[in-house]
Design a binder for this molecule. Structure first.
Ligand code: HEM
Length: 569
């Protein structure tokens, strides 16, 4: 494949009509349900137009075809449509098939998904190129919006640099303050473990997903909204429900015909009014904080302002336009921070707990490292956490083997784009969806060696032991991204919260390993629960359980590095 026709599949005028019709059906139906309208005839007329829009969808799908080697097309009639269904059910297998066929030659391939053809880039240099390229050439938020319908689902609160200033807040405010934030996250995490995990004598079976989401969301929100709000169960539930519902709703909406999309969004998400309920709780908090800012004046505010995301968001919003300074818009920033942080970190915690429970021989060496490093660096300091190389390695390995997102850097070409790198020349027409196969890259024997298919907790700490240059060694830390390690994506839109996430994960694991013995239920015969796939997402089994037992060593360890936090509750 050298030359490609530069056909445009960018949204055109027909989509404008489709959107208009869809919103008309939506408003009419909602009014009919709410008894405000009796205009049923109009609705039925519009529903008659649905087959036309079905045909239009087929036309759009066919137009998005790209002339590259394809994978997963089944023989017989409707092969590409059935392939799309296969991708829906088990994307990992289909992508892995393509990766094995084409990655060695550095070739890109295409897969038919239910909604569109997607180009998978396999050459690591081309992956680095799409990760770093300017957004006006290959757009990130445009693809996000096209796939996840953020403009409508999220009521236009995401999508450009003004609307995503919370992303910068993490980079410019949270990450540099990590050392001062850690004690609070640790304390909240520990208290949350104690409140959530109720153990009897001996081994207790625990529905671990429930515990993990609660501990993660409380400890993260200690930093986002501070005390006492981080313990407001109603607010935590709203943040969590919004993230989970939105995640589920967006792919259902994407799969549905355009005419049904607004109605589906309303039924599945908007009618629950989650953002509005969060705002009701958060509005007075923003008001009070803004009053405090005025009362203190600029100098005292800088010196005395509370160290949490509410403060950072207000400071950032005041540099934006008036619209961004409303309590409503600022609340959305907290909703999006929770959206990005809670489900991902909880899922990573679940994976690593399953991994360690399935490989119990790792527990003692990890405990030894934790204790000796905390003895050396004076307890739960940032330095101590950074120097727990084996724990860090287990986290990186767990994310290599089971990254939360199995495809990353999903983008759309904003113009005809010719790659500057790669073994094979590649040119993609404007409007092409492209992505990097994170899971397949992580499973590659060419990159990770003959044992790529084995979970080896100390894979990266063993590698780091042989490296004398600290800068080179730090490239193998759990939070370090590369074109070959994509768990946090890579490049311009890599996860900005990854440093926070890794420190948080380490503290949760330290507590867990020091305080408890942990194992898989005996009927699992040492095998961790299987993952589930839907489109490009991968989920650990959230219905699985683990067994916990108190360790007697805890009595000495809990005060070894000073007063133990949980007693402060
Ligand atoms: C282990 C936990 C986490 C994982 C695995 C993870 C993973 C990711 C990935 C893969 C992306 C790129 C998404 C894409 O390409 O579509 C991303 C983006 C992002 N993450 Fe995380 N994340 C985690 C925790 C966090 C936390 C704790 C925060 C906030 C404190 C956060 C904030 C963000 C933000 C704001 C973005 C968007 C970046 C942008 O728009 O440029 N993440 N994350």
């Amino acid at each position: 494949m050298d030359q490609l026709p530069a056909a445009s599949i960018a949204p055109d005028v027909h989509q404008g009509y489709a959107n208009h019709l869809a919103s008309l059906i939506y408003t009419q139906t909602v009014e009919l349900i709410e008894g405000k309208s009796t205009n049923a005839a109009l609705i039925y007329l519009m529903i008659l137009l649905i087959p036309l829009y079905g045909a239009y969808g087929v036309y759009q799908y066919r137009k998005s075809y790209i002339d590259l080697p394809y994978v997963g097309i089944l023989p017989g009639p409707f092969g590409s449509w059935r392939a799309g269904y296969r991708y829906l059910q088990n994307s990992a297998d289909v992508v892995w098939e393509g990766y094995q066929k084409y990655a060695a030659q550095g070739k890109a391939f295409v897969i038919s998904t239910p909604k569109r053809w997607i180009v998978f880039i396999t050459d690591p240099d081309q992956i680095a190129e799409i990760a770093m390229v300017a957004d006006n050439k290959i757009g990130f938020y445009e693809a996000l919006n096209e796939k996840n319908h953020h403009d409508s689902v999220a009521e236009r609160t995401l999508g450009d640099y003004i609307n995503t200033y919370h992303v910068d807040v993490i980079k410019s405010q949270l990450t540099p303050r990590m050392a001062s934030i850690l004690p609070e996250i640790r304390q909240e995490g520990n208290v949350a473990w104690k409140d959530t995990l109720k153990l009897g004598p001996g081994w207790t079976n625990v529905e671990i997903w429930k515990v993990v989401t609660q501990v993660v969301s409380r400890s993260a929100n200690r930093c986002f909204v501070g005390l006492p709000l981080c313990r407001n169960q109603e607010l935590l539930d709203i943040f969590r429900d919004y993230a989970i519902r939105t995640n589920e709703v967006v792919y259902m909406v994407d799969l549905a015909p355009k005419v049904f999309q607004p109605l589906l969004e309303w039924v599945l998400l908007k009618r629950h009014r989650l953002p509005q309920r969060a705002q009701k709780i958060l509005n007075p908090v923003f008001e009070e904080r803004k009053r405090m800012r005025e009362r203190l004046g600029p100098e005292r505010w800088e010196a005395e302002k509370p160290n949490d995301a509410i403060t950072w968001i207000i400071d950032a919003a005041l540099k934006k336009d008036k619209h961004q300074q409303t309590n409503e818009q600022m609340s959305w920033r907290l909703i999006w921070l929770n959206f990005a942080a809670i489900h991902t970190t909880s899922m990573s915690t679940l994976h690593i707990l399953y991994d360690i429970a399935a490989n119990p021989e790792y527990m003692e060496p990890l405990r030894e490292e934790i204790i000796s490093t905390m003895d050396k660096y004076g307890g739960y300091t940032k330095e101590a956490l950074t120097n727990m190389v084996k724990l860090d390695s287990c986290l990186r390995e767990s994310q290599r083997w089971n990254s939360v997102v199995s495809i990353v850097i999903s983008k759309i070409t904003m113009c005809d784009y010719t790659f500057k790198t790669g073994k094979i020349p590649l040119r993609l027409p404007k409007g092409t969806f492209l992505t990097a196969p994170a899971t397949a890259t992580h499973w590659s024997e060419e990159i990770y060696g003959a044992d790529a298919h084995i979970w080896k907790g100390f894979r990266f700490s063993d590698m780091r032991e042989k490296i004398t240059n600290p800068e080179e060694s730090s490239k193998l830390q759990a939070a370090a991204t590369s074109k070959e390690y994509l768990a946090f994506s890579h490049g311009k839109h890599a996860c900005t919260g990854r440093f926070f996430a890794i420190y948080q994960l380490k503290m949760l694991l330290i507590y867990c390993l020091l305080r408890f013995d942990m194992r898989l239920p005996l009927d699992r015969n040492g095998k961790r629960p299987d993952n589930r796939y839907i489109l490009g997402r991968r989920s650990a089994d959230t219905s699985g359980s683990l067994e916990f037992r108190e360790r007697k060593e805890w009595n000495e360890l809990k005060t070894r590095w000073g007063e133990f936090d949980e007693e402060e509750d």
